[in-house]
Design a protein around this ligand. Structure first.
Ligand SMILES: Cc1cc2nc3c(=O)[nH]c(=O)nc-3n(C[C@H](O)[C@H](O)[C@H](O)COP(=O)(O)OP(=O)(O)OC[C@H]3O[C@@H](n4cnc5c(N)ncnc54)[C@H](O)[C@@H]3O)c2cc1C
Ligand code: SF4
Length: 571
């Protein structure tokens, strides 16, 4: 295949058999970091590889915080696979990382140096549209040399089945495609993982929701406010009582000429508290502590949101079926332990390992064994231990119950607990900085809210200075996003519109809010049989395709057809 970058036909394909199917040796679905890494390794080994990406451009559908780590012990890193990556595709090397525990205006800061540098070759901040489209250029060149290429604007809508075996993929815009191996790198809302019965997304406690603002800042203002040179960057993480008791935290990362500021919350907590994600983000943006870093004129370039899987609960131990291998978020490989979030590095590593497994299996004349080989590589390389630490399983069983959380919260807040935290403040900092301890921290209010709050109350200093930031309203944020609406083809259908089944989507959807008429979900009272009923309605026009309502509401959820829907400029 020569230069076939954009699929420009419209319409759908419902093929479910192998007839009339095109054939490639390998098909990679998704051009995020996982898909890019897999395709590069396949192409470099002479495998004819077709990459299919649903966005108008790679990265246009993607969001991350985002710090990309390169693990010293990882088999594959972005700069090894893609020469020039750090110079051309990333924002700044991030050399400093701090955790700010907040209680009211009191702030207690911990230097996260040890955990930031643990098994780390380098860390850079990134914006996804720029990073992913740069990767896609390289991937296209390399796959084209091996007889394939990369096509954007194409959504893979299912698997091609033959005698009960998945043997390829079906797409909205192309004929079905058969392949010896399918690498599904289609991200957190993977339709392929679901189609193969390998993953679902029913349980809110298995997911985080991330919401982010990219704020415009001149490089000299970044240098001045963060005390960094042009080739240095800073990460700051925020926890404590900032977020109305919702379990999670905030982040701030310096880019070349902008700041990425956002929040990541456990989806079950967000849903239970009926919290509005955009308001929690605003709470962070307008906190007095943030004033010292924000520019005099607050100007937001982009508002975005996405789900991420919690690898501690969902990383798939054996992510393959038939000739399909899942990598990255599609396999639940997103490591969130304490304040550290690592997904892109794992996606790159897993993409490389999956491709390597196929190449090795093929050389042994047993391509069908690629999935088993990939799963054993994930175990042998220590990836599964990082994603699902055994010690977490143990502490989780002991500590993740309301009764235990209530007891631990009471102890931490008692005078004895406070005295202990005051006396051992240095120990608390060491615990936050220990990769071992982070790997077993329970996902409870005590870890995310209570201990950081008490630390700030007992050891913090008052944030001085003013924060005059005036973030845009939700309506203004939605108005600034770019959409290509697919009139007549809604990609989400509300199966049960009753408030009981789907009402939580009104608050949890990052572009909807109670009492706000311009978002995706709205609550209404309608007359039925002489009585009244509370129902919700859905309009997908402003949808940022985060996937939240697929988990918290009763919907039929798919991605929009290729190229349709939202396109992020930053990500
Ligand atoms: C707010 C937030 C903060 C985060 N912070 C960090 C961080 O600081 N560091 C970090 O490492 N990670 C972070 N992550 C997680 C990180 O973004 C993911 O773990 C990572 O992007 C996963 O890479 P991937 O290649 O598996 O999937 P993705 O990057 O999601 O890529 C999947 C690709 O597949 C495409 N696709 C999906 N379905 C189809 C289909 N049916 N057909 C064709 N194409 C399809 C998508 O358009 C997309 O391009 C964060 C995430 C969020 C939301
Ligand atoms: S409608 Fe659903 S997928 Fe779209 S932004 Fe809202 S919660 Fe996310």
């Amino acid at each position: 295949m020569s230069d076939t970058r954009n699929a420009d036909t419209d319409g759908g394909t419902d093929a479910t058999t192998g007839t009339d199917a095109e054939r490639f040796e390998a098909v990679v679905v998704g051009a995020g970091p996982g898909g890019a890494a897999a395709a590069a390794v396949l192409a470099d080994n002479g495998v004819e590889t077709l990459v299919l990406e649903r966005g108008v451009e790679a990265g246009s559908k993607n969001v991350s915080g985002g710090l990309i780590y390169a693990g010293k012990s990882a088999a594959y890193t972005a700069d090894d696979l893609f020469p020039g990556f750090r110079e051309e595709a990333t924002e700044r090397p991030v050399t400093r990382n701090y955790m700010d525990n907040v209680a009211g205006d009191e702030v207690h800061t911990i230097d996260l140096k040890r955990v930031h540098e643990h098994d780390t070759a380098w860390v850079d901040s990134v914006l996804r549209r720029r990073m992913d489209s740069w990767l896609a250029e390289r991937v296209h060149e390399r796959t084209a040399e091996a007889g394939g290429g990369l096509l954007t604007d194409v959504r893979v809508n299912g698997l091609l089945w033959e005698d009960g075996e998945a043997v390829g993929v079906t797409c909205d815009k192309l004929d079905p495609i058969r392949a010896d191996v399918v690498i599904a790198a289609d991200g957190v809302n993977s339709e392929l993982a679901r189609a193969a019965g390998l993953m679902d997304w029913e349980e809110p406690d298995e997911w985080f929701q991330g919401v982010k603002a990219v704020v415009d800042v001149e490089p000299d203002v970044i240098a001045d406010r963060f005390d960094v040179a042009e080739d240095e960057g800073v990460a700051r993480l925020f926890g404590g009582d900032l977020f109305d008791g919702v379990r999670g935290g905030g982040f701030l990362y310096t880019n070349r000429d902008s700041l990425s500021i956002g929040t990541v919350f456990h989806l079950d907590s967000l849903a239970e508290e009926r919290a509005e994600p955009h308001e929690l983000l605003d709470g962070l943006l307008t906190h007095p502590h943030l004033g010292q870093w924000l520019p005099d004129e607050y100007s937001e370039r982009e508002y975005s949101a996405k789900l991420v899987p919690d690898s501690k609960k969902v990383a798939h131990g054996s992510p393959h079926r038939d000739r399909m291998l899942l990598v990255g978020d599609a396999a639940g490989q997103m490591q969130a332990q304490g304040p550290i979030i690592k997904g892109m590095n794992h996606a790159v590593n897993a993409g490389g390992l999956a491709a390597e497994a196929y190449v090795e299996a093929k050389s042994r004349n047993a391509p069908h064994s690629a999935g088993e080989l990939y799963a054993s590589k994930l175990r042998e390389e220590g990836v599964m231990d990082e994603l699902r630490p055994t010690r977490y399983e143990v502490t989780r069983r002991l500590s993740e119950s309301d009764a235990v959380t209530n007891v631990l919260d009471s102890v931490a807040r008692s005078s004895v607990g406070r005295f202990g935290l005051r006396a051992t403040g240095g120990l608390a900092a060491r615990l936050f900085n220990s990769p071992f301890v982070l790997g077993m921290i329970p996902d409870t209010r005590t870890s995310y809210v209570t201990v950081p709050t008490v630390l700030a109350e007992e050891l913090g200093e008052r944030a001085t200075g003013a924060n005059d930031a005036d973030p845009p309203t939700l309506e203004e944020r939605i108005g600034e996003l770019t959409y290509d609406t697919d009139v007549g083809n809604p990609h989400i259908e509300l199966v049960d519109e009753s408030f009981e089944a789907s009402g939580v989507a009104v608050t949890a959807c990052p572009v909807s809010a109670e009492g706000f008429g311009g978002g995706c979900y709205r609550e209404e009272t309608v007359r039925v049989n002489g009585g009244e009923e509370r129902v919700v309605s859905l309009d997908t026009q402003p949808c940022v395709e985060c996937g939240t309502c697929a988990v918290v509401a009763d919907t039929e959820w798919t991605h929009p057809r290729g190229g349709k829907g939202v396109a992020f400029d930053e990500g």
